[in-house]
Design a protein around this ligand. Structure first.
Ligand code: SF4
Length: 179
């Protein structure tokens, strides 16, 4: 059955679609991320040929359009810093695109955050329910211990996801990692 989505729902789902496209098709998977970034105090003469190599990698990447959209939504690239490549664009080129597409991106970023907030709520609810649940001990001592261990593991995983989302939201709000 095809589920139709309202425009706000469609926008909220868009980030996941983009991320999936990058995760499944990026040609840079497995490459050292340093390939795409200028090192501290790296001379321009050293960085520029490396930057051109990175641009060539992106030029052949089938995920480039999705990668560019995510980079723009994430606010990557600065107008005054030639220090990175993403999606076949330098930092200043990404910054210029953000200015050109400012209105559209504001809507997209708001939708990203709404979707993230909904996910945070759902994960937090699942975490609380799982943490207070009594494991099934009807299968005996060992089975009960295994169920408890599985439940503990799930609580740890859910807790890690909740912390990760909260840290990202705090960082975007201008708070440090320890806030
Ligand atoms: S466009 Fe470039 S940075 Fe983006 S996924 Fe492809 S290779 Fe990686």
């Amino acid at each position: 059955m095809r589920v139709s989505m309202t425009p706000p729902h469609a926008r909220a789902e868009r980030r996941g679609v983009l991320q999936h496209a990058v995760d499944t098709a990026a040609v840079c998977t497995g490459l050292d991320p340093e390939v795409f970034f200028r090192a501290d105090r790296e001379a321009g003469a050293d960085w520029r040929p490396r930057r051109d190599d990175a641009l060539r990698v992106c030029a052949g990447c089938p995920a480039r359009t999705a990668c560019a959209e995510l980079a723009l939504r994430d606010g990557e690239g600065r107008a005054d810093e030639d220090d990175m490549v993403r999606a076949g664009l330098t930092g200043p080129q990404l910054a210029a695109q953000r200015v050109l597409q400012a209105d559209r991106l504001a809507v997209a970023v708001a939708a990203d955050r709404d979707a993230e907030g909904a996910r945070l709520d759902a994960l937090t609810t699942q975490l609380l329910r799982t943490a207070v649940k009594n494991p099934d001990r009807s299968g005996g001592h060992r089975a009960g211990d295994r169920a408890q261990a599985a439940q503990n593991q799930l609580v740890r995983e859910l807790g890690a996801q909740v912390r990760q989302i909260r840290a990202a939201r705090r960082a975007r709000g201008g708070w440090g990692a320890a806030a």
